[in-house]
Design a protein around this ligand. Structure first.
Ligand code: SF4
Length: 412
């Protein structure tokens, strides 16, 4: 098989992994005239999942052979796909060729597990080591690591990569037992814990002046949403642990989409993309707005309302907290108002020092007035209590129903 054929197979096999965004990495550049690559300003390659989503990209698998049999994975042992593998040298050559042509900004390298976790991890590390040490490659590298690999190999991966990640895939051991029987939640979290310690050490060394230290700056993971009956509460509870205990930079939620040659235990339909979107919104509220998992999803509602965003859903469940006077409410209260983002809250706090805030000030900040009106008191606006208590308040936020046209070709 020639290199182009291998690339077609191994780039295609890698496109299901959504955890490859490069945010938060150190910027490398080659302004000193040495080395290859610059993390800023270069072209970037994108890839598309079967459902049409752009999932960014710079990514290949080292091999799509695998000794594991995860049901949701096209590369699983029992899948009837064409198998191939790059040698480490081939992966290096390909990366450099693409990089120099400005097709990519760096490399995202993952792999099926061949022979053993350590054997596979050695190959992955060899690619990164060769790029960094032999070719002085200064582009971005994200390496997918294997929790069962030895800590030394994972540490080496962290030394050459900007970002390392281990995919958790499913939020509970019960789900893993059913869909990825060889995977173990505790083992994966242990590996994440070891990575966190190394990341902390590297952070401290940098802070103490070791500017030349080469080490990954963060770890991330991916979970598949909708491949089984795990609830949104399961996903958010797991994310809470991952952010809190393992300092995860990002948890990527990837809506399940059917793969060719699917396993019979998988759903036949793709999970709605809006579910993935709502999970990202809820995750954002947890990380940046101080919401707890139980506030976003109380025990009686294990799944997010797909019709409205989670902050609005929280406000509708907690109407006793509103309306808030924009002039006197605390920052912590204002960031919980639907339609107000962190930046606008800070701007409002600055404005209210000098003047009584009016609706036109909100409009000038491009705040959605229909969204904030029921929840905020301004100098010229006081929402009626009956409106806030009305069962029909939610209707204001739902898309208006559209009458189908009898004479529209698509409806005939
Ligand atoms: S270990 Fe990775 S590559 Fe192998 S079957 Fe599972 S998800 Fe797929």
């Amino acid at each position: 098989m020639d290199l182009a054929e291998k690339l077609a197979i191994l780039a295609d096999a890698a496109k299901y992994d959504a955890s490859c965004a490069s945010s938060g990495a150190n910027k490398r550049d080659s302004r000193d005239g040495k080395g290859v690559g610059s993390a800023g300003g270069s072209g970037i390659c994108h890839s598309y999942a079967p459902d049409g989503r752009c999932i960014s990209l710079l990514k290949i698998l080292l091999t799509n052979r695998c000794i594991y049999d995860c049901h949701y994975c096209i590369n699983r042992r029992s899948s009837n796909v064409r198998r191939t593998a790059f040698t480490a040298e081939e992966a290096v050559t390909l990366t450099l060729d693409f990089y120099k042509r400005n097709y990519i900004e760096g490399l995202f390298l993952s792999s099926g597990i061949v022979r053993s976790a350590d054997h596979t991890m050695e190959q992955v590390v060899q690619v990164a080591r060769t790029l960094r040490e032999q070719h002085d490659f200064r582009g971005y590298i994200h390496l997918k690591t294997i929790p069962e690999a030895s800590p030394e190999l994972i540490e080496q991966a962290a030394r050459y990569a900007d970002r390392i990640s281990i995919n958790l895939e499913l939020p509970t051991q019960v789900s893993l037992d059913r869909l990825a029987p060889e995977k173990n939640l505790a083992r994966t979290q242990q590996a994440m814990g070891r990575i966190k310690l190394k990341l902390d050490e590297a952070h401290d060394r940098r802070k103490n002046g070791d500017r030349k230290l080469r080490h990954a700056t963060g770890q991330s993971t991916q979970v598949i949403v909708g491949a089984d009956d795990s609830t949104d509460a399961d996903f958010l509870a797991r994310s809470d642990v991952l952010y809190g205990t393992y300092k995860m930079r990002r948890v990527y939620y990837s809506a399940f989409s059917p793969i060719p040659e699917p396993s019979v235990v998988l759903p036949v339909k793709a999970a709605p993309l809006v579910r993935e979107h709502r999970l990202y919104q809820a995750d954002w509220l947890m990380r940046n707005y101080g919401f707890s998992t139980s506030e976003i999803l109380p025990a009686e509602t294990p799944n997010l309302d797909l019709r409205i965003d989670p902050k609005l859903a929280w406000a509708l469940r907690n109407r006793q907290e509103f309306p808030l006077d924009v002039q006197t409410a605390t920052r912590g209260q204002l960031v919980r108002v639907p339609g107000l983002g962190l930046r606008n809250v800070d701007r409002l706090i600055a404005i209210r020092r000098h003047t009584r805030v009016r609706l036109e000030d909100l409009a000038r900040l491009r705040v959605s007035l229909p969204k904030v009106r029921p929840f905020l008191i301004t100098a010229d606006h006081h929402p009626a209590r009956y409106l806030l208590d009305s069962d029909r308040l939610i209707d204001r936020f739902l898309p208006k129903p559209v009458q189908l046209d009898l004479f529209d070709d698509e409806n005939r």
